[in-house]
Design a protein around this ligand. Structure first.
Ligand SMILES: [Fe+2]
Length: 182
């Protein structure tokens, strides 16, 4: 692809992540009313772990941020450091959401409060995080990172992670939630 900028693909990823986040909130609300299987939320959290945490944050941490660093944007004390810290917080919320879901499925129904709290914390963190990247970090990246830089590496990560298949899965989960919500 010529004339493409690395951040364009990342902005597109953000739209899918935002969709998954609102589905997560809807599904957790249904679970708290006992109206959906916890499996659906587990599938969504697994999608977010693969698509957002491993694939998308992988592209940022292994390609975009190092490229910006090479052009003189410091990691410490600047927006890259903040983004890295928030990726870590997101991983913490998501891992604990998955842990609580496992306990719920094993019969510990009282962990529903933890499921709701971790899902909400993750949702709020990621929405704010995406907003900061779209409006602060990415415009900065567009200034210092040239067109086509890092695109090949990003495509390699997407192929390894089966990007298209993950998006098909999200669509499937969305249809399932619509059925439960009917
Ligand atoms: Fe991002």
């Amino acid at each position: 692809m010529t004339g493409a900028h690395l951040v364009n693909g990342l902005i597109e990823d953000h739209e899918h992540i935002e969709e998954a986040l609102s589905l997560l909130m809807k599904a957790v609300d249904l679970l708290s009313k006992d109206k959906i299987s916890p499996d659906v939320i587990e599938e969504l959290a697994t999608f977010l772990s693969k698509f957002a945490d491993q694939c998308h944050h992988g592209k940022e941490e292994l390609i975009l941020f190092p490229l910006m660093e090479k052009k003189g944007v410091p990691v410490w004390g600047g927006p890259i450091g903040v983004m890295l810290c928030e990726h870590g917080m997101g991983r913490y919320f998501l891992r604990n959401l998955l842990r609580a879901l496992k306990q719920y499925k094993e019969g510990q129904k009282d962990v529903i409060n933890e499921i709701v709290d971790y899902a909400e914390s993750y949702y709020r963190l990621l929405l704010e995080h995406i907003d900061k990247e779209n409006n602060v970090l990415f415009p900065m990246a567009q200034e210092v990172v040239g067109e086509n830089e890092g695109i090949e590496e990003a495509e390699r990560i997407e192929a390894e992670m089966n990007h298209e298949e993950m998006l098909r899965k999200l669509d499937e989960i969305k249809k399932t939630i619509e059925l439960f919500n009917a």
